[in-house]
Design a protein around this ligand. Structure first.
Ligand SMILES: *[C@@H]1O[C@H](CO)[C@@H](O)[C@H](O)[C@H]1NC(C)=O
Ligand SMILES: *[C@@H]1O[C@H](CO)[C@@H](O)[C@H](O)[C@H]1NC(C)=O
Ligand SMILES: *[C@@H]1O[C@H](CO)[C@@H](O)[C@H](O)[C@H]1NC(C)=O
Ligand SMILES: *[C@@H]1O[C@H](CO)[C@@H](O)[C@H](O)[C@H]1NC(C)=O
Ligand SMILES: *[C@@H]1O[C@H](CO)[C@@H](O)[C@H](O)[C@H]1NC(C)=O
Length: 514
């Protein structure tokens, strides 16, 4: 054995140890879901995260060794496959007969054509490609093919073989029907391909449902149970799961909703009303003003029905006297009818009162919005202890509004402890608005730290939306991954130093022998 070959082998082993350490760094897969095509995983090009260590192939400068011009043609990639499948990892080079070493992690699989591990599920082809018949989870991992060109030329191609989530073969109802009646039982079955130990989760309209497993049952359907049901097959391997959906319809009478029941505007303005309808089958939707049907041919009126009449818009332009009044959105199907009214007024509209507590003084802060196209001339705030018949009236100062919205804030100081109620109204050139809804609140006194109101804290409502659906969630915490990587890199660095020391020992012994 020549000293040169020993040199090559020693440095090679040392570097491989370092590469194997770095390979652990690559570890995050997106958990966004969309269609998981093979293209998402089986990348043809070199993934970014391999760059940092394939570039490091030439870290050791050993001058004096001639460089042969042999190049590796295969590109690093990730292969996602299941047990029972086989993969072919190519290791093509510009040389007809290069010296190749195939490794899995730190273990050498093939040195030249010798199957060092004697693994029956591996096959080395004459062209250098490695076939792996995946038999059990130990076959997953990182594979390297390195060409032993020279000391400072050891091109390596890296493959990661990962456990793929199974595809979903079908999602269906018990009868294959998708239209149901209120009270029916619904059973949904989601069938993954093959026989896998995989978790099936369910979402309805992108919100995660509690039940898991291949079959879920809703014993008695209600009107709102219709929607898009989706199942996901996830092994918890950090790879986006496959998914499939089915749309379920429940026959029911329309459920109508409008954003505001009271809307302020004034002459010459335009106004837009939106009426949302949930119904199956699709409803007929009609707009009326003071009980007479609005005709879409009227020049001042624009009517739009979208998404199977689920979103209905009425625009009235260039408002005049007769346009103020009560607008009705009426939705009808074979199962019934519902109407929601919207009043269009020129007097101000007072929106919901809100309460807060000044934490330092314990005073009650009342806050509300008033909408008015015409300038507001007065605000009025009334409050009383609950049970009292007479209101105390306050006239908060009128400050300028912004885009026809006035924000009023009033602090009630030194209230005796107890339960109170309050309401407000405002006036413009068309008159006084109706009073707002009455809002209860709790009076507190300065220094009464223990009397924290139950009502004054606005707690942020937890979102029902499953975060995994719209944000890429990581399956593993980044912190711990980073730590374990740096720890193992340290370990590998020390191993490398040891190898270098061993190399010099062996090298000098050879020098003395020859
Ligand atoms: C190498 O040989 C195998 C088996 O004959 C073949 O399937 C594969 O396509 C070949 N790969 C290349 C890169 O030629
Ligand atoms: C539903 O459809 C599937 C696939 O088309 C079929 O195999 C199954 O027998 C059907 N089930 C019923 C109850 O019709
Ligand atoms: C809606 O307004 C119309 C016209 O003013 C009225 O006849 C009807 O009773 C109202 N309907 C509802 C549900 O308030
Ligand atoms: C609370 O009261 C203090 C003293 O009157 C005042 O300076 C502070 O601005 C108030 N805080 C709020 C949020 O209104
Ligand atoms: C104002 O209040 C009166 C009496 O409660 C009610 O009849 C009327 O419909 C209200 N007006 C509006 C625009 O809400």
């Amino acid at each position: 054995m020549s000293a040169k070959l020993v040199t090559i082998l020693c440095v090679f082993v040392c570097l491989e140890v370092v590469f194997a350490g770095k390979a652990q760094k690559k570890d995050e897969y997106e958990d966004v879901y969309g269609d998981m095509g093979e293209a998402d995983v089986q990348k043809d090009g070199t993934p970014d995260y391999y760059d940092d260590y394939t570039d490091n192939n030439n870290v050791n400068d050993n001058a004096g060794v001639e460089v042969e011009n042999i190049k590796l043609l295969s590109k690093s990639a990730v292969f996602a496959n299941q047990i029972g499948e086989s993969v072919l990892l190519p290791c093509e080079s510009t040389s007809n007969d290069p010296v190749r070493v195939w490794k899995k992690g730190l273990a050498i699989l093939y040195q030249g054509s010798v199957n060092t591990q004697d693994k029956k599920n591996l096959k080395l082809h004459p062209n250098g490609s490695l076939s792996i018949q995946i038999e059990d989870p130990s076959d997953y991992g990182i594979y390297y093919c390195t060409l032993l060109v020279s000391v400072n030329e050891r091109p390596t191609v890296t493959y990661e073989l990962i456990d793929r989530n199974p595809r979903i073969a079908s999602i269906r109802t018990q009868t294959n029907e998708t239209v149901f009646s209120v009270g029916d039982e619904l059973t949904l079955t989601c069938q993954p391909e093959g026989n896998h130990n995989v978790k099936i989760t369910w979402h309805k309209n992108n919100v995660r449902l509690a039940p898991e497993g291949e079959t879920i049952t809703i014993p008695s359907l209600t009107a709102t149970d219709g929607g898009l049901y989706r199942c996901l097959a996830d092994k918890g391997n950090g790879i986006k799961p496959d998914h499939m959906h089915i749309e379920i319809f429940v026959n029911h009478a329309p459920i109508v909703s409008v954003q505001e029941y009271l809307v302020n505007s004034d002459h010459l303005n335009d106004v837009e009303f939106v009426c949302k309808v949930d119904a199956y089958p699709a409803p007929q939707v009609q707009w009326r003003r003071d009980n007479s049907i609005l005709n879409r041919n009227e020049p001042k009126i624009k009517i739009m029905h979208e998404d199977g009449n689920s979103r209905n818009t009425l625009v009235v332009k260039d408002l005049s006297e007769r346009d103020f009044g009560t607008y009705s959105c009426i939705a009808t199907n074979a199962y019934g009818s519902e109407t929601k009214n919207i009043s269009l007024v020129r007097i101000p509209v007072v929106r919901k009162l809100e309460k807060n507590i000044n934490e330092s003084t314990k005073d009650v802060i009342l806050q509300w919005k008033v909408e008015s196209k015409q300038a507001i001339t007065s605000h009025e705030l009334q409050y009383r202890r609950k049970g009292e018949t007479t209101w105390k009236t306050i006239s908060p100062a009128v400050s300028a509004g912004e885009n026809d919205v006035y924000l009023i804030k009033h602090t009630l100081k030194n209230l005796d402890p107890g339960i109170y109620e309050t309401r407000a109204r405002s006036k413009n050139s068309h008159g006084w608005s109706n009073y707002s809804e009455i809002m209860p609140f709790e009076g507190t006194k300065h220094g009464a730290h223990h009397q924290k109101s139950k009502h004054n804290k606005k707690e942020p409502k937890p979102k029902a939306q499953d975060p995994s659906l719209d944000t890429p969630a990581q399956h593993r915490s980044e912190g711990t991954v980073g730590e374990s990587v740096s720890a193992s890199t340290h370990l590998y660095s020390s191993t490398c130093l040891l190898s270098v020391a061993t190399f010099f020992l062996v090298y000098f012994q050879f020098r003395q022998l020859s």
